[in-house]
Design a binder for this molecule. Structure first.
Ligand SMILES: [Fe+2]
Length: 181
């Protein structure tokens, strides 16, 4: 009888320890669970877009041809390096909000709003136009996402998104300038 009581008491202690752990492991940062979940879903979508753009920049860096080979090869590299940093920051932001960052190509493809064009070999100008369109799509999406973050009271992600908008606007300008006469 005493053993049974002790076992029950131990189970109760374990149960409350687990509950305390859960409380500790859930970010208590002034955001509701629902707000954190919504932001993590959005962040995973932007992570997926960034992965698509990263691969596209790699592809174009490798396969660029023509008289502008050297500067465009270098420009695409500079941009994929910047996107690689953003990818890491987006994924780590998801973890800071208590979410799980996507980490498979399958999931990235399912969650991305940017598309790929397998089998196509664009000209140098075509590459610039495709990348510019992708950056502009990302900028427009991030603008709406920053507003959502603001509405949900997530000032950290709001500020993070605004920083990303600025970075993509600069990368878009670098591309757009090639198309101006
Ligand atoms: Fe390279």
């Amino acid at each position: 009888m005493a053993t049974t009581r002790r076992a029950a008491s131990t189970a109760k202690t374990n149960g409350s320890a687990k509950a305390a752990d859960k409380r500790l492991l859930t970010p208590d940062i002034g955001l509701s669970d629902s707000a954190r979940r919504q932001m993590c879903d959005i962040l995973n979508k932007r992570l997926s877009d960034s992965m698509v753009l990263y691969v596209k920049l790699r592809n174009y860096h490798w396969n660029i041809t023509g008289m502008q080979f050297a500067p465009l090869h270098a420009l695409f590299e500079a941009q994929y390096d910047q996107i690689a940093e953003a990818i890491d920051e987006i994924a780590e932001r998801i973890r800071q909000l208590g979410g799980i960052a996507l980490g498979t190509l399958d999931e990235f493809k399912k969650n991305a709003s940017l598309s790929e064009n397998p089998g196509e070999r664009p000209t140098a100008e075509g590459m610039i136009r495709n990348l510019l369109a992708d950056h502009e799509t990302v900028i427009r999406t991030l603008r709406a996402d920053a507003e959502t973050a603001d509405k949900l009271g997530d000032m950290g992600t709001n500020d993070f998104f605004i920083g990303l908008v600025q970075a993509h606007e600069k990368m878009a300008w670098f591309l757009r300038a090639h198309l101006e006469s």
